[in-house]
Design a protein around this ligand. Structure first.
Ligand code: HEM
Length: 581
């Protein structure tokens, strides 16, 4: 008897002997997964190991070999569940059936997870929009949009939250309402019982409560106190560049040294001394960057966090958390002679009915450094990159700086800098082309919400939606001419703007420009970031001549950008010389 005959006879025997009740067990299991997607070891083990084990004796009646009965039952059980899942996701009954997108994305988030791991998520989303149009199904339960009218209903007040509301711990299915099948990117980032950082807080009520402290920390009055820190660190950066005059330096790395030192001062009362030592001595930057690569990849399959957390060496999260917790504790013990960020995050003023717990303070301390360092460094590097690429624009900016600050005068007046047209146009243009949170923000039409109308589209509940910043900010419908080029003129009043070529129509739609996001969960640190961008750009343009390192093909820098939630940048090697006045 041939092997194929044996196999087909075995399957024929199985088919003959499978009972109605076995089919019911499979469908119930599938339904539990579809409806609740339990992701904790207990229920998952029950559904994927215990249930098929119960079915083994049924097949063992007909297949005498026990190992064969076990493997057949398990493989059949898993294949059928996957078959049901796939059929439903591709069927016209799926709530997102009418939205176009690649089949692989409709089937699972594994494709997105793989793309995210390559750092090219931002260009992938853009290509999808170029192919499929304004709205694309990027996952079984996820859409991405590329039209400006979506910004307000998705991100604005009364828009969508980052995830579901209260976590109910019901029976053996944890967080019944957070359905990991539909899980938004912020789902399951921290272990049960640990607080999320402000940015990962999904419940809009809790987010609003915690945001009050942050809003106080970034009020105009509070930022005035931080100016002292920014200026001290800007002077240190200039000194370090002067010492290294004529040598190759990587501007990208030095922008991170600067921004990490500033955020260290603001949050812990001391910098990480990256500029002083010329390297990341505490490994803070490296650890944060590694964490972002992993969390961006897993954001698409967030149930996996539960299991990877069991292998601390992989996530390394605890190390980062412990490191920042030590710094926070040190800052609290030592106190500070200025009202720094920690002053507000610990509610030293006593304005809240309840003091924040130490674990919330630790978690917010960590997110301040993550959210405030590489983002600012990316924008600074991008501004300098585009100015290096187009020396005429560098010269134009220098004339403006010289017009506002006489030679020898340090560019420190933040009010003056806020009104410098070409400076702010250059900053906006770099933020448009390289938004540091390049794939933008995701929000969720949570289960039970009834869904949401976004322009001409209806987003059924239980689905997530991205407003894709990279695609929107390069869309010629909103930014023309030169949507892919650095053209600060687009931000200037018509009388100062150079003429568009061939009388191309001029379009600038501010609704599509959201590098700091929009609405109640937008970037709270925007004004601090703008202060840093203005001060450092003015300092460098005023004090240094910059040259690209010989042999480096500068135009390749932009291609090397990677999207790991915040942008990871390639090196930008330059030679700086002090300017002679
Ligand atoms: C050029 C620099 C920066 C850019 C482009 C930027 C951009 C963003 C974006 C796009 C978000 C996501 C909002 C959302 O989910 O919709 C965000 C959130 C946030 N950013 Fe920034 N950011 C920058 C600098 C900073 C700085 C200096 C800080 C200071 C600590 C900061 C603190 C935060 C915080 C705490 C959040 C979470 C806000 C919330 O969930 O309520 N950012 N930022």
């Amino acid at each position: 008897m041939s092997v194929s005959n044996t196999v087909s006879e075995t399957y024929a025997a199985i088919a003959r002997n499978l009972r109605f009740s076995d089919g019911v067990v499979l469908i119930v299991t599938y339904y539990i997964f579809k409806r609740f997607e339990p992701d904790k070891p207990g229920p998952v083990g029950f559904l994927l190991v215990v249930t098929p084990s119960i079915l083994v004796p049924v097949l063992h009646l007909h297949i005498l070999s026990l190992p064969l009965a076990i493997t057949t039952t398990f493989s059949l059980y898993y294949s059928l569940i996957l078959f049901y899942v796939a059929t439903y996701r591709l069927s016209p009954f799926h709530p997102l059936a009418k939205y176009p997108g690649p089949i692989t994305n409709k089937l699972s988030k594994l494709t997105m997870s793989y793309i995210a791991s390559t750092g090219k998520q931002h260009t992938y989303y853009r290509k999808l929009h170029e192919h499929y149009g304004n709205i694309v199904r990027t996952g079984p339960n996820e859409l991405s949009v590329n039209f400006a009218d979506a910004i307000k209903p998705v991100l604005g007040a009364g828009g969508l939250p980052k995830g579901s509301c209260k976590s109910l711990s019901v029976f053996f299915v944890p967080r019944l309402d957070t359905l990991s099948q539909n899980a938004p990117v912020w789902y399951n980032r921290v272990a049960d019982g640990q607080p999320s950082s402000i940015i990962g807080t999904q419940d809009p009520v809790e987010h609003k409560r915690r945001r009050k402290t942050w809003d106080r920390a970034f009020s105009t009055a509070a930022i005035r106190n931080y100016e002292e820190i920014v200026v001290r660190r800007a002077r240190q950066l200039v000194e370090q560049f002067e010492k290294r005059a004529g040598q190759d330096i990587d501007l990208s790395t030095w922008m991170s040294f600067f921004s990490y030192d500033v955020m260290g001062d603001m949050t812990f009362g001391f910098g990480f001394d990256m500029m002083q030592t010329g390297y990341d001595a505490n490994g803070v930057w490296k650890t944060i960057e590694g964490g972002l690569v992993l969390s961006t990849t897993l954001a698409h399959i967030p149930w996996l966090f539960t299991y990877l957390r069991l292998i601390p060496a992989i996530t390394d999260r605890q190390r980062t958390f412990d490191l920042t917790a030590t710094y926070v504790n040190h800052r609290i013990a030592e106190g500070s002679n200025i009202k720094d960020l920690m002053y507000y995050l610990t509610d030293e003023e006593g304005l809240e009915p309840e003091k924040p717990s130490m674990s919330i303070i630790h978690s917010d301390g960590l997110i301040a450094v993550i959210a405030g360092s590489d983002t600012t460094a990316t924008s600074l590097t991008a501004i300098l990159y585009y100015l290096l690429l187009e020396p005429a624009k560098f010269d134009r900016l220098r004339s403006e700086v010289d017009g506002y600050f006489a030679p020898g005068e340090e560019p420190l007046d933040s009010t003056k800098m806020a009104s410098m047209p070409y400076l702010n146009a250059s900053i906006n243009e770099a933020l448009r082309l390289v938004p540091p949170v390049i794939s933008g923000s995701q929000r969720s039409a949570t289960p039970g919400s009834g869904g949401k109308i976004i322009g001409p589209y209806f987003i059924p509940e239980g689905n997530n939606i991205f407003t894709h910043t990279h695609t929107l900010q390069r869309n010629p419908r909103y930014f023309s001419p030169y949507p892919d080029s650095f053209w600060p003129d687009r931000w200037l009043p018509e009388k100062d703007r150079e003429k568009a070529p061939f009388n191309e129509e001029f379009i600038l739609d501010l609704a599509a420009f959201n590098p700091f996001s929009y609405g109640p969960a937008n970037c709270v640190g925007k004004n601090l970031a703008l202060l840093e961008l203005r001060v450092i750009t003015c300092f460098i343009v005023q004090k240094f001549n910059l040259k690209v390192k010989q042999g480096f093909r500068i135009e390749t820098w932009e291609e090397g950008i990677e999207d790991f939630f915040v942008v990871k940048r390639p090196p930008l090697p330059v030679i700086m010389e002090a300017r002679r006045f």
